[in-house]
Design a protein around this ligand. Structure first.
Ligand SMILES: NC(=O)c1ccc[n+]([C@@H]2O[C@H](COP(=O)([O-])OP(=O)(O)OC[C@H]3O[C@@H](n4cnc5c(N)ncnc54)[C@H](OP(=O)(O)O)[C@@H]3O)[C@@H](O)[C@H]2O)c1
Length: 439
């Protein structure tokens, strides 16, 4: 028997998730267990990018969350209500929940997790922070034995896109915002992004996981990027900084010690979102455009950085589906001896492409006798084997020998090697001291 999903919403994330779940080839075998049982939408008449049986689509979302056949409710509809009420009703009806909704979790996480604990179900939210970047599960599991000092994130793609363009083009905030809206990188109402509210939702969630305590959203200080001017960016640049909208959750234990405060019974932390001058050598300084990154610092791990696409249908679907898979594994665990995500499920060998069939670019350095026409001879040998050259540079001399460097276009390694074998027979060629692959 498959695990039945009731999906609430078939917009960007819902469609991406259905597409991923329908295309199961060469993904985790547990996906075979997943059945898209119901999908709730607002309008049945809207054209959809995915094909689903007529019986699957419905506008009755309430019926989905109380349907006894549904095992997992996937909330990808967004907004506060009715999303919050539907999540709570799903929990009351014993469903596990997967959600991408940072706004609901950051505001109503208290109520939702209390209800989930009482009902004995899981609420999974990998997609709520950092889109496709796995950061929730690492904080909950892989890094959970660490004492976390700081979580620092660039977790709003729109503002990072705007700041990156202001930096590279020397443009004003309002001009770049208008262009970002025209290109679809910023919403018509950009408030949640540019005033730091979206990042505040997300850092509240990360802080809660990293420091093991609940966070009231109103306690998260949030300052957006409207006041950042191109003059500030230019000065920052001169001083060796870039300006980024950082979301920071930081242990304040050292501050408490300085202030002679007694050790608090619950973690004492600072949680904030604000534009920040970041030294150019800092790992977050090179995170540009709509990308997101989260730097976690703790003991004993040191620094770990998660980087990737913070939004988008496919990326977010990856996060939503990984939560679904985790729940499927947990549901199956009661019936089989091992959790199939933790156990090694592979039995067959992969087929490995021989190096001779690899397609890559090459860098090669030749030492040749200083004779006329050597470069032409090299070119002929390469041409004989279908190797085309991106650049040829005669760099100088090493003693009596001329040094020639070539970079090829993409070529099959086998063809390139044959060309080299032919080149080595040329009397003008002394040696080939370097051979490197180019990314
Ligand atoms: N987009 C991203 O890249 C991204 C990344 C990370 C997290 N998220 C989060 O994922 C969630 C979904 O975002 P999205 O971009 O996929 O939103 P979206 O494109 O606006 O899609 C929303 C979907 O929910 C349905 N829906 C909304 N309200 C409804 C209601 N009251 N009754 C029935 N159906 C309703 C809509 O139905 P119709 O299609 O019939 O209108 C639509 O299919 C949000 O919480 C968002 O913050 C999004």
């Amino acid at each position: 028997m498959g695990v039945k999903l009731g999906i609430l919403g078939l917009g960007t994330v819902g469609t991406g998730t259905v597409q991923l779940l329908q295309d199961k080839g060469f993904r985790h075998p547990l996906l075979q267990e997943v059945e898209i049982y119901r999908v709730g939408v607002r309008s049945l008449d809207k054209p959809r990018a995915v094909t689903l049986p007529e019986s699957v689509l419905t506008t009755d979302l309430e019926a989905i969350v109380i349907d006894p056949a549904v095992d997992i409710v996937v909330e990808v509809m967004g907004g506060l209500e009715p999303a919050r009420s539907l999540i709570l009703k799903a929990i009351q009806n014993g469903k596990h929940v997967v959600t991408a909704n940072k706004a609901v979790i950051s505001r109503f996480g208290d109520e939702i997790f209390t209800a989930a604990n009482q009902a004995g179900v899981y609420v999974m939210l990998e997609a709520a922070v950092g889109g496709g970047i796995p950061v929730i599960q690492p904080l909950k599991q892989s890094l959970s034995v660490n004492r976390i000092h700081t979580v620092t994130g660039i977790i709003n793609g729109t503002t990072n896109y705007i700041l990156t363009r202001m930096q590279t083009e020397g443009s004003n905030f309002s001009d770049v915002l208008a262009d970002a809206q025209r290109l679809g990188y910023a919403e018509a109402d950009p408030t949640a992004d540019v005033d730091g509210l979206d990042a505040a939702d997300k850092i509240a969630i990360l802080a809660s996981l990293a420091f093991g305590g609940r966070i009231k959203l109103k306690d998260v200080y949030s300052e957006g990027i409207r006041q950042v001017s191109k003059t500030d960016i230019a000065y920052a640049e001169k001083l060796g900084f870039v300006i980024k909208l950082l979301a920071i959750a930081q242990s304040a234990a050292p501050l408490a010690a300085i202030a002679n405060r007694t050790t608090p019974s619950s973690p004492l932390i600072s949680v904030r979102v604000h534009p920040t001058l970041v030294p150019k050598a800092h790992p977050l300084a090179s995170i540009n455009g709509v990308n997101n990154a989260i730097l976690v610092e703790g003991e004993p791990i040191g620094q770990v950085m998660f980087f990737g696409p913070g939004a988008g249908a496919g990326a977010t679907a990856s996060a939503v589906s990984s939560d679904i898979l985790n729940l499927v594994a947990a549901l199956k665990k009661s019936k089989t001896a091992l959790n199939q995500l933790l156990a090694c499920a592979h039995q067959d060998y992969c087929q490995i492409v021989p190096m001779a069939e690899l397609v890559t670019r090459f860098y090669a350095r030749f030492l040749t006798k200083d004779q006329p026409g050597v470069i032409g001879k090299l070119g002929t040998c390469f041409g004989n084997h279908g190797v085309s050259l991106e650049s040829v540079v005669q760099t100088g001399f090493q003693g009596e020998l001329a040094e020639i460097v070539v970079v090829t276009h993409d070529v099959q390694e086998g063809d390139f090697r044959q060309a080299l074998t032919e080149i080595q027979t040329l009397t003008a060629v002394d040696s080939i001291p370097s051979l490197l692959r180019v990314l």
